[in-house]
Structure formats: structure tokens, C-alpha cells
Ligand binder design. Structure first.
Ligand code: F0G
Length: 368
């Protein structure tokens, strides 16, 4: 047996990235696609589950905690899972243009997939509240960027109406194909762990992703691919917590701009996921988010964006309720490189500048 064959024998399909066909091909029987669907893929999915032992140590019980690092998708966020489906179906339907409202990641992903499919990509964003990396992506991928003097919720109202009145296909998470694509992350978790986790910790904005995970866990459970369902633990930033407060937040504010949303469109579905799974919602402050963000960076080598760190911040806040022997997955939805401003402002690193370019100076500064 060759080395390659031996390695292949030991690895499951999600680890064989060179052969990974993208999530539509990998999970075709579970998705509403046919032989006629033109699959638009950037080989999204198959993201790693990484054990995060520093978080386990802080919980102080016998638990296993994993990060589902979806920031390693092609455009750096989980949105690619939904976008490969939404754009493939839009292409199948003959659409020539797509539109979305976005706090940044949806716009980057929509632009990449739509342009690859030869469509126009219109993205409506809250001016001044989209992280630099995300804006850079939308521009380089060839989106037509429309920045409004308003917030995400207002942008979403506009694009929903646009899609009714003009020939543009809406690719926000009200589009059911988005949810279908995103549910595959739950499949991957079970395929990797061999069972569903006890808790699934996830940040919530428009609440499409918690809806998608719950759907994925239920479908695998019903197909007997898992014996249990996880408790769905959804987390929001305190200044932007309409689901936790059970209200509409008119002027949401948080450092985690990705989840700066006051009126989530998937509210009812998220509440159903929480209630049906005996899960819960909780808010975390911007400080707690940044503490988790820094911990993941400096203890685990995982650079996620602030919104993603809300899942770990939330888990740590609820650590007293965790039962010994639990397996927990925290979803890290986006890559830290998306928001360099936040990183440069919020870290505990030593940065010495203006140094003379000689070895003595460097050695001295290093403490030798
Ligand atoms: N994490 C990140 C990094 C996000 O970009 C988003 C949403 C969420 C979490 C929340 O997911 O909306 O499904 O509950 N970003 C959207 C956007 C709103 O426009 O990129 P959700």
C-alpha cells in the first residue's frame, strides 16, 4: 500500500482537502439540487474542528471544547456555505444579478460567488460600519457597493423590496437556499465527532446560522446519523441583543460589527431552535467578547473576528451549567483578518518601534 493510500485510509473525507469537491457535491443527497443545477463552488466547507484546551482549562471540568473554524472558508466566513447554494440556484433560475444587505461578510461572499457565476453583485452596506477587510474583498471581487446612511436593518428592508420590484435575486438568509447550504456545517461536525455535541455555541445576528445548524442537526438525527441533538446556545452582543431581550433594538451598537443587528429576520426560527433543543440565549459584553478574542489568538493560535469570539465568551459565561463529560462546539464564524483595526486596537502584544537597525539594540530590547 502506498503512503498516500495509507494516509487516505486513516483520514475521513472532510480531511482530504485536495479531493474535496465543495459542499454541494459532498452533501448532494441532502441538498435541493439536481443534475441541472450549475454548481458554483470555491471548494467551501470541510473546515477544521480544533480542540481549544485553554478554554477547557478555564471551565475547569472534564469537558472537550472544539472550535469549528469556519473562518477558513474561501472568503473567510461561514457565508460561503450558504452562498454556493444561493448563487448556484440563482444561476439555475437564470438570474443575471443578485443583491444583499450586509454587515460585511455576506457582501464579500455574495460578490465572490456571483462574479464567478458571471452575475452582477449589488451589496447594500451601513456606511462606516463594515470592517476594512470585508469592504476590501467586496471591491476586489467586483461588487457594486451601495453604502447607506443607515444600519443593517434598514439596508435589509431596502433589498427585500428591491428584490420584489426589480430583476435582482435576494441572497440574504431569507433566501432558503442559504440555510440549506449552511446546515452542512452541522453535518461536518457529526461526521467528524461521530456524534452531535452536547452544546453548540454560536453568535447570532440575523439568526440565519443558528437556524441552519438546527436544521442540519435535526436532519442527521432523523436519519440516525446521530443519537442526540445538541442544546443550541445562541449569543449576542449586549448592545445589540434583540433575541436575548425579546424586542427590537432600534440603534444596535457593538464592537462586533458583524452582528450589529437590531431586528433579526429569522427571529421565530431561532426561538424555535432554542426552545426545541432546550437551549438558551444570552448576551455578552464587548469586553467579554474582546477577552475571548484575545484568548483564542494568544493561547490557541486562532485569529477569529470579534463576532465569532462571542460564542466562546458566551460559553465561558455559562461554564457553571456545563455537565462533566460534555462535548461542546463553538462556531467561529469569521476570520480575524477581516477586521485588522479591531486587532491592532485590542491586543496584549509588545510592539516596540523606532529601533536602530543593529543587533545590540535588538538584543537589549529583547532583554539579553
Ligand atoms: N458571525 C459573523 C462573522 C457574521 O458575519 C455574522 C453575520 C454572524 C456571525 C451572525 O450570523 O446573521 O446568521 O445570525 N453576518 C451578516 C453579514 C449579517 O451581513 O455578513 P447570522
Amino acid at each position: 500500500m502506498s503512503l498516500i493510500e495509507r494516509i487516505k485510509g486513516k483520514l475521513n473525507k472532510t480531511q482530504l482537502s485536495p479531493n474535496w469537491p465543495g459542499l454541494i457535491e459532498a452533501y448532494k443527497p441532502w441538498l435541493p439540487v439536481s443534475e441541472q443545477t450549475p454548481v458554483i463552488t470555491l471548494k467551501e466547507g470541510a473546515t477544521p474542528l480544533i480542540r481549544i484546551k485553554s478554554v477547557e482549562a478555564m471551565i475547569g471540568k472534564n469537558v472537550e471544547v472544539f472550535a469549528k473554524y469556519d473562518g477558513l472558508n474561501p472568503t473567510g466566513s461561514f457565508k460561503d456555505r450558504g452562498m454556493t447554494m444561493a448563487i448556484s440556484k440563482a444561476k439555475e433560475e437564470g438570474s443575471e444579478a443578485v443583491i444583499c444587505a450586509s454587515t460585511g461578510n455576506t457582501s464579500a461572499s455574495a460578490a465572490a460567488y456571483a462574479r464567478k457565476a458571471g452575475m452582477r453583485a449589488f451589496v447594500v452596506i451601513p456606511d462606516g460600519y463594515v470592517a476594512q477587510g470585508k469592504l476590501a474583498q467586496a471591491l476586489v471581487y467586483g461588487a457594486e457597493v451601495l453604502a447607506i446612511k443607515g444600519n443593517f436593518d434598514q439596508a435589509l428592508d431596502i433589498v427585500r423590496e428591491m428584490a420584489v420590484n426589480y430583476p435582482v435575486n435576494l441572497v440574504n438568509s431569507v433566501n432558503p437556499y442559504r440555510i440549506q447550504g449552511q446546515k452542512t456545517s452541522a453535518f461536518e461536525i457529526i461526521d467528524c465527532l461521530g456524534e452531535a455535541p452536547d452544546w453548540l455555541c454560536i453568535p447570532m445576528g440575523n439568526a440565519g446560522n443558528i437556524t441552519a445548524y438546527w436544521l442540519g442537526f435535526k436532519e442527521y438525527f432523523e436519519a440516525k446519523k446521530s443519537k442526540k441533538l445538541p442544546k443550541m446556545m445562541g449569543f449576542q452582543a449586549s448592545g445589540s441583543a434583540p433575541l436575548v431581550l425579546n424586542t427590537i433594538v432600534k440603534n444596535p451598537e457593538t464592537i462586533a460589527t458583524a452582528i450589529r443587528i437590531g431586528n433579526p429576520v429569522n427571529r421565530e426560527k431561532a426561538i424555535d431552535a432554542k426552545n426545541s433543543s432546550q437551549g438558551d440565549f444570552l448576551d455578552v459584553s464587548d469586553n467579554e467578547i474582546i477577552e475571548a478574542y484575545k484568548l483564542l489568538g494568544k493561547e490557541e493560535g486562532i485569529f477569529c473576528e470579534p463576532a465569532s469570539a462571542a460564542s466562546v465568551a458566551g460559553l465561558l459565561k455559562r461554564k457553571n451549567e456545563i455537565i462533566d463529560g460534555s462535548k461542546i462546539v463553538c462556531v467561529l464564524t469569521g476570520n480575524g483578518l477581516k477586521d485588522p483595526d479591531c486587532a491592532i486596537k485590542n491586543n496584549d502584544a509588545i510592539f516596540r518601534s523606532n529601533l536602530e537597525p543593529d543587533i545590540n539594540t535588538i538584543a537589549k530590547v529583547m532583554g539579553f
